[in-house]
Write a protein that binds this ligand. Structure first.
Ligand SMILES: Cc1cc2nc3c(=O)[nH]c(=O)nc-3n(C[C@H](O)[C@H](O)[C@H](O)COP(=O)(O)OP(=O)(O)OC[C@H]3O[C@@H](n4cnc5c(N)ncnc54)[C@H](O)[C@@H]3O)c2cc1C
Length: 382
């Protein structure tokens, strides 16, 4: 942390958030994992504390703070002992709502954004479909204008918070024309007739987060549920992805810091062959390597988070960060588990849960390969 300069206020916010995570989230990690979801009351509590609208303006109930505070929140959430909880809540604050906050009408803000910021409504972002993940432009869900309504038909899958959501922000095709202007982003309340949920998907990771299949059969919503302009949904979603990825980097960074600290403590307590594990040179080298990678990630992440407030296009940097954080997360967590020996594979040990969850970050929110595609394109190579 010595290389990252936080203001006094940012440091205070970090300390408060850390205390919240330590006292109100981490003690419940295993219980929520067993329940297969983070309870609704956690959304309400985070809403009360202002965490779900850190960067949103005060007129919609947000804190009106710099983006850096949202990043710090994500980082501390990465230490909550169960990354599904961190993901579920940040989906609400930073993945499903940025376009709604930026382009949504007064009606949409009043009915959906404000209750989401208050933690009174839970929301999801619904982009992925059974036949389309990385190639977002191949999605098949349609929204057809009929008078003053849109009729939506399609399937979505892998939707975080989908089992509990009161509304989803959903990307659908509003034209058959090729190109990126054929998509629009909508708010779809989950109690609309024709909207139904399939399985609560059984995952190998993130057990404290529910992941749903969603079915839309002639779902009729009034046209005022369109976010912003028709045909702009793809662009809005690509912008929204930048927040999603940077917040995911924050969670990964926090998780790495916590896993490193736990491992450092463990290797100094555990004795093998008459000495602490930390006394072996091979262990020291492993720790040095891990700390170096985490520190590099920390510096670049904070640099990027500051750039958001400057309004710069940081797509390339965020893609590089997303890629590197996913790789470092997996590598470091594997080393941590190795140093814990058998205990590293016991669910009651936090590092085992982080290790189990680490793989998702190279897949969700755009895979490692997709990040490389973006970086190469921005480099003018393709
Ligand atoms: C737990 C979980 C939660 C999720 N939550 C959400 C959510 O809330 N909302 C939502 O909309 N989605 C969500 N997703 C979906 C996630 O974003 C997708 O899984 C991801 O984008 C990858 O899509 P896919 O699974 O269809 O894989 P595919 O796109 O089928 O990719 C399969 C493989 O092909 C590779 N590949 C793809 N394109 C290229 C290329 N150009 N060059 C080389 N290789 C390539 C990929 O990197 C990958 O290795 C979630 C997924 C999971 C697992």
């Amino acid at each position: 942390m010595e290389l990252v300069n936080l203001t006094e206020e940012e440091q205070l916010f970090l300390n408060e958030t850390a205390k919240f995570v330590e006292n109100e989230l981490r003690p419940h990690a295993l219980e929520w994992e067993q329940q297969g979801r983070t309870p609704r009351k956690v959304w309400e509590r985070c809403g009360e504390l202002g965490y779900l609208g850190i960067k949103y303006p005060e007129d919609v109930g947000g804190q009106g703070s710099d983006y850096m505070y949202a990043f710090i929140w994500a980082q501390e959430m990465g230490k909550c002992g169960t990354l599904g909880c961190a993901m579920g809540l940040t989906v609400q604050s930073d993945m499903a709502t940025p376009a709604l906050a930026r382009h949504g009408s007064a009606f949409l803000k009043r009915e959906y954004l404000i209750p989401a910021i208050q933690g009174k409504k839970i929301c999801s972002i619904a982009v992925t479909e059974p036949g389309c993940g990385s190639d977002v432009a191949s999605l098949k869900t349609t929204a057809v204008k009929k008078g003053g309504d849109y009729i939506i038909n399609g399937r979505k899958t892998f939707i975080t918070n989908g089992m509990q959501a009161d509304f989803v922000t959903l990307l659908a095709r509003t034209s058959d024309e090729p190109g990126h202007s054929s998509f629009s982003l909508f708010v779809v309340p989950t109690d609309t007739p024709g909207f139904s949920r399939g399985r609560d998907l059984d995952k190998t990771c993130f057990p404290s987060s529910d992941t749903a299949e969603l079915f839309l059969d002639d779902v009729k919503i009034s046209a005022d549920h369109l976010i912003g302009k028709v045909g702009e949904g793809f662009v809005y979603q690509m912008q929204q992805f930048q927040f999603e990825r940077l917040i995911g980097v924050g969670i990964s960074l926090g998780c790495l810091q916590r896993a490193y600290a736990l491992t450092k403590q463990y290797i100094q307590e555990r004795n093998v062959f008459g000495q602490q594990i930390s006394k072996f040179q091979v262990t020291q080298h492993k720790m040095a390597q891990m700390l170096s990678e985490i520190t590099m990630l920390e510096c670049m992440s904070y640099q990027c988070a500051r750039k958001v407030d400057e309004g710069k296009d940081i797509t390339k940097a965020v893609s590089m960060l997303k890629l590197m954080s996913a790789q470092i997360l997996q590598r470091v967590l594997e080393e941590c588990v190795q140093l814990f020996g058998g205990y590293g594979l016991m669910t009651e040990y936090e590092v085992s849960r982080y290790f189990r969850d680490a793989k998702l970050w190279g897949i969700g929110a755009g895979t490692n390969e997709v990040m490389k595609e973006i970086i190469a394109k921005k480099e003018g190579l393709s």
